[in-house]
Design a protein around this ligand. Structure first.
Ligand code: FES
Length: 161
């Protein structure tokens, strides 16, 4: 649902203005650095959790770039979020070593288990550096190895609604 006063839809609230002020401060802080756009985008995401449409406008303005330029970079890199993070995340490795020990089936099962849940994000990653203990995954930012569908459900059982 969108509100007329949301940061991305016109008139700003006090919080929206505060957010924009933070984005502008971060952009100004890094504007003269080499590769400033990437540095600013990482800083905004790190401090505010995601990079919204109004953030793109503010960054473009401070760095003297077009909105399309900034948006293009944000949308190109999967690590940049354009929406706030969900409450829970399941990031499963689908790289070769984990694939060879069942990562594909685990990923399919996880997608199915959390289908329709907007509070849980299931996504793929490619190697978490835990190859000897695959299938590997990050559950709410914590690394787990030797995952199975059963184990995943056990680790997330308190997320049941
Ligand atoms: S291949 Fe999965 S952790 Fe390296």
């Amino acid at each position: 649902m969108t509100r007329a006063t949301s940061p991305d839809h016109g008139m700003g609230t006090g919080l929206d203005l505060e957010r924009t002020g933070t984005v502008r401060r971060l952009a100004e802080q890094h504007a003269s650095e080499r590769g400033a756009l990437m540095v600013v985008l990482h800083a905004v995401q790190s401090e505010l959790g995601h990079i919204g449409r109004s953030d793109v406008e503010a960054i473009a303005d401070v760095l003297n770039l077009s909105r399309a330029d900034v948006h293009g970079v944000v949308s190109f890199y999967k690590d940049f979020r354009t929406e706030p993070s969900p409450e829970h995340t399941v990031h499963l490795c689908r790289a070769e070593a984990c694939q060879s020990v069942g990562a594909e089936a685990l990923y399919v099962d996880a997608r199915r288990a959390f289908a329709g849940r907007d509070d849980v994000e299931v996504d793929e990653v490619f190697c978490l550096g835990n190859c000897a203990l695959g299938p590997s995954g990050m559950i709410d930012g914590r690394l787990h190895g030797r995952l199975s569908s059963e184990r995943l459900l056990g680790l997330t059982e308190e997320w049941v609604r």
